[in-house]
Design a protein around this ligand. Structure first.
Ligand code: FPP
Length: 250
């Protein structure tokens, strides 16, 4: 797998032909903190800063959609201090986002089952989503208590109920119809999935939506992920030949 992880050259990005949708698995916060003799929570705090700067950069370059994996359905298994610290960082980010929304015009959405979150956090998610509903800057989708399998199961359940009650007909089920039942309803599939932190796996992230996404892995840990790293990923994406299962005729 060494070829996969070699550092991509810092090639020019063609900003007129960006992918529409970039999704990021923000991994490596814990290792970043450990390397510095800091608690894991310090890694998440640094990761939240990186998220701010990358989201702002995505807005500046005119990316349409950015989706980040902030908290998975499996992350509840972490020690309560760590879970609380991540929830605290999210709360802080959402409060700031509300203050700056009019200026930034970032559209905020959430993918995941928000019901186990505190009432306060749920209300902040709802508020940011509602205020930014008509904004035209980058759309930032934060995956919170999100799992790809969980998303597909919930969609299947709602779809089955719609069939039972006559709102849907299983004889006419298509991929397009089914994808309307997912959290990502209305959002185009990600073109590029970036995973910092060096692990080469999807970790239950956007399983349905990533079917034809290009994958970019770097050893750089998320808190160290910079605009330059994002440009590397974008340039690498622009050199790929996407065939969607077909062939390229020369
Ligand atoms: C994975 O790294 C990271 C997480 C589970 C949490 C991500 C959360 C943030 C970046 C902060 C809050 C987010 C927002 C949107 C404000 P890890 O801890 O598994 O890293 P490791 O693999 O090095 O242990």
């Amino acid at each position: 797998m060494a070829w996969f992880r070699k550092k991509e050259p810092l090639a020019e990005v063609d900003f007129d032909h960006l992918p529409r949708h970039v999704a990021i698995i923000m991994d490596g916060n814990g290792r970043w903190a450990k390397k510095r003799g800091l608690p894991r929570t310090a890694g998440h705090a640094a990761g939240a800063e990186t998220f701010r700067s990358i989201a702002t950069y995505c807005k500046e370059i005119g990316l349409e959609y950015l989706t980040v994996y902030a908290f998975s359905t499996e992350n509840w298994k972490r020690p309560p201090e760590e879970v609380n610290a991540i929830m605290g960082l999210l709360k802080r980010y959402l409060l700031e986002a509300i203050e700056q929304m009019e200026r930034d015009r970032v559209k905020m959405c959430f993918f995941g089952d928000l019901s186990p979150l505190t009432a306060e956090l749920r209300a902040l998610c709802e508020q940011t989503k509602e205020i930014s509903r008509h904004y035209d800057g980058v759309q930032v989708n934060i995956c919170l208590n999100y799992g790809g399998r969980d998303e597909i199961l919930r969609a299947a359940q709602t779809y089955a109920m719609d069939c039972q009650e006559g709102r849907a007909d299983p004889n006419h089920l298509t991929e397009e119809n089914f994808s309307r039942y997912l959290y990502s309803n209305g959002v185009p599939d990600p073109d590029l999935v970036i995973r910092p932190g060096g692990e080469v796996r999807l970790s239950n992230f956007l399983l349905w939506q990533s079917a034809y996404a290009e994958f970019y892995v770097t050893d750089v840990l998320w808190p160290d992920f910079s605009k330059e790293e994002l440009r590397r990923a974008l340039a690498s994406y622009q050199h790929r030949n996407r065939r969607y299962g077909g062939v390229t005729l020369s």
